[in-house]
Design a protein around this ligand. Structure first.
Ligand SMILES: NC(=O)c1ccc[n+]([C@@H]2O[C@H](COP(=O)([O-])OP(=O)(O)OC[C@H]3O[C@@H](n4cnc5c(N)ncnc54)[C@H](OP(=O)(O)O)[C@@H]3O)[C@@H](O)[C@H]2O)c1
Length: 294
């Protein structure tokens, strides 16, 4: 059972699990769609219990989340319900009906003061979004042993009707040909959603438990990433101007350096990521194949 199946990661999970695993996939989303996606609002405890009790999935993967970091500062109640309370409901249902839960979390559980965070690093979220995601992790841990928490960051990729991720935003700006600014002081590891979905499959295959950091292996600033995007997609990178976080108006505080060490996923699960330019090239191919890029 995959919750949040219409989101970026959710779409990739459905695709990769269908292609690579023997499991029967049940995609769920806030609203039903195209005949195969089942409606499930994860903040509705009774519906979660009913659905898990009826379908009895062996594995529940939670890719559903309130992902707008700035909106989470204002719409606090909704953000907490989706990112924390609802994760508790999924864990409760998994515990009652004997399912494994794989829950997706974030680098925003860290304060970003030092970078190179591994699974033993102490969380200290500085945004409300980060606080809700940490609360979600803890609510799940409190109720379930058969639990995998996969933390990721700077997630990007191509999908159908998805929200604009960093790469799509940069491409949009580049295509206008006008100068625009990108921060040079926010550092993280860009992660292609397809590669993350594949890592999630590996956690399920190996019956992994506990926390895993899964991201691309190259830590870089958003500015460096934007330049690579321009190069791979064939745009002029000189229109990208450097700026700093104090000069842009982001409602939520960002961790400055939330880079990951992913050694645990590499050694225990055999998860490895290619260079970011290869991952961007794969995304480019997908966009060409879908006819949205010439
Ligand atoms: N994007 C990043 O850079 C990033 C970084 C680190 C970690 N993550 C984590 O990675 C995971 C996947 O992120 P993503 O980028 O794929 O997110 P996404 O594209 O925003 O997808 C999330 C999905 O969850 C759905 N959803 C929201 N509320 C729900 C509810 N109450 N019940 C059921 N579904 C609900 C959303 O539907 P609506 O669109 O209708 O709201 C959306 O389809 C999340 O856990 C996120 O926190 C993301």
């Amino acid at each position: 059972m995959i919750a949040g199946a219409r989101g970026l990661l959710g779409q990739k999970l459905v695709e990769i699990f269908r292609r690579e695993s023997e499991l029967e996939i049940i995609p769920c989303e806030l609203t039903a769609g195209n005949g195969e996606i089942i409606a499930l609002d994860i903040t509705d405890r009774q519906k979660v219990l009913d659905m898990v009790g009826t379908l009895k999935p062996s594995v529940i993967i939670n890719a559903a989340a309130f992902t707008d970091v700035d909106r989470a500062e204002v719409e606090r109640e909704t953000a907490y319900k989706v990112n924390a309370t609802a994760v508790g409901y999924l864990a409760e249902a998994a515990n009652i009906f004997g399912a494994k839960l794989v829950h997706i979390s974030t680098d925003y559980v860290f304060n970003g003061q030092k970078g190179n965070y591994d699974e033993s690093s102490l969380p200290d979220p500085i945004s409300y979004y980060g606080k809700t995601k940490l609360a979600g992790e803890n609510l799940a841990k409190a109720q379930l042993d058969d639990l995998t928490i996969v933390r990721t960051q700077v997630l990007y990729g191509f999908g159908v009707n998805i929200k604009r991720n960093f790469v799509l935003w940069v491409m949009d700006m580049l295509s206008k040909g006008e100068k625009f600014s990108v921060v040079k002081d926010q550092i993280g590891n860009p992660t292609l959603a397809d590669e993350l979905a594949f890592a999630v499959l590996k956690t399920v295959r190996r019956n992994a438990r506990g926390v895993y950091h899964v991201s691309g292996f190259e830590a870089m600033s958003r500015l460096e990433f934007a330049v690579k995007i321009a190069q791979v997609f064939g745009y002029d990178p000189s229109v990208i101007l450097p700026t700093t976080s104090d000069k842009i108006n982001q409602k939520a505080k960002r961790p400055m350096n939330s880079s990951f060490i992913c050694l645990k996923a590499q050694t225990e699960l055999g998860v490895s990521a290619p260079p970011v330019t290869d991952s961007l090239s794969l995304m480019k191919q997908q966009m060409k194949h879908a006819g949205v890029l010439s």
